[in-house]
Design a protein around this ligand. Structure first.
Ligand SMILES: C[S@@+](CC[C@H](N)C(=O)[O-])C[C@H]1O[C@@H](n2cnc3c(N)ncnc32)[C@H](O)[C@@H]1O
Length: 224
């Protein structure tokens, strides 16, 4: 069983709105795009994975909790242009839209709370999450919110789709345990390693989940 993380301000919408309000100002005044969570290296590794896995460039990609939108902008410049970014912070969406316009990337960025059941999103081939499940894990009703997240993400992913989650709060084994009701591990994306006291560990985990096969759907088809 995984221990719950202690809730803190990083798990609140107010925190992110305030933070991105400042980042919008910084971008307007100095052209600074703001924080690249977990560093440029992780973005490069995600892009390298997409190339090695020979992902079709026309596939439909969603970035959940896109923040400044830089991950999608990088992907767009690599030729993945059927991409959408959502974030529950209006200021993050304002920031992502202005950066995308400056970089001449035609990307849709929309305000959406992924915990909200009535999401208008559907049928994605790839869903990306870099640090958003981490933020949700720090919210007040974290366990309940994490379960809603897992259910919602499974619903909006195609049966053949994958969820790529990058986290600094949970290990690979913890993520597998938390997602096992709806997802199976497909593969791990290598992340930088560190050595401490003779043990090798990772600061950030990046893993690819595939949707669990829904046996009931197959049985219904079989009996039709
Ligand atoms: C650690 S930041 C990562 C931002 C971005 N993914 C990146 O890598 O730069 C977490 C992001 O998740 C967003 N977020 C947190 N909870 C969310 C939710 N329930 N629905 C949508 N976005 C959420 C925050 O507004 C914030 O932009």
């Amino acid at each position: 069983m995984c221990d719950e993380l202690e809730h803190c301000e990083l798990g609140t919408q107010e925190y992110w709105n305030k933070r991105y309000k400042e980042e919008v100002k910084n971008y307007q005044n100095h052209g600074d795009v703001g924080e690249i969570w977990f560093g440029e290296d992780i973005v490069d590794r995600l892009i390298k994975w997409a190339k090695t896995a020979q992902i079709e460039k026309s596939c439909k990609v969603l970035d959940i909790g896109c923040g400044n939108g830089m991950l999608l902008i990088e992907l767009y410049n690599e030729g993945f242009q059927n991409v959408i970014g959502v974030d529950y912070s209006e200021n993050a969406i304002t920031l992502a839209r202005s950066i995308a316009t400056k970089f001449e990337c035609n990307i849709e960025f929309t305000v959406c709370d992924i915990i909200d059941q009535n999401t208008h999103l559907s049928d994605f081939d790839i869903i990306l999450d870099k640090g958003t499940y981490d933020a949700i894990s720090l919210s007040f009703n974290a366990k309940e919110n994490r379960n809603k997240y897992i259910e919602n993400v499974q619903k909006i992913l195609k049966e053949t789709g994958v969820l790529i989650i990058t986290s600094c709060n949970w290990t690979k084994d913890e993520l597998i345990e938390q997602f096992q009701s709806h997802f199976d591990l497909k593969e791990s994306i290598p992340t930088p390693e560190f050595k401490f006291g003779g043990k090798v560990g990772n600061v950030v985990t990046s893993i690819v989940f595939k949707r669990k096969i829904n046996i009931e759907n197959y049985l219904i088809l079989f009996y039709l």
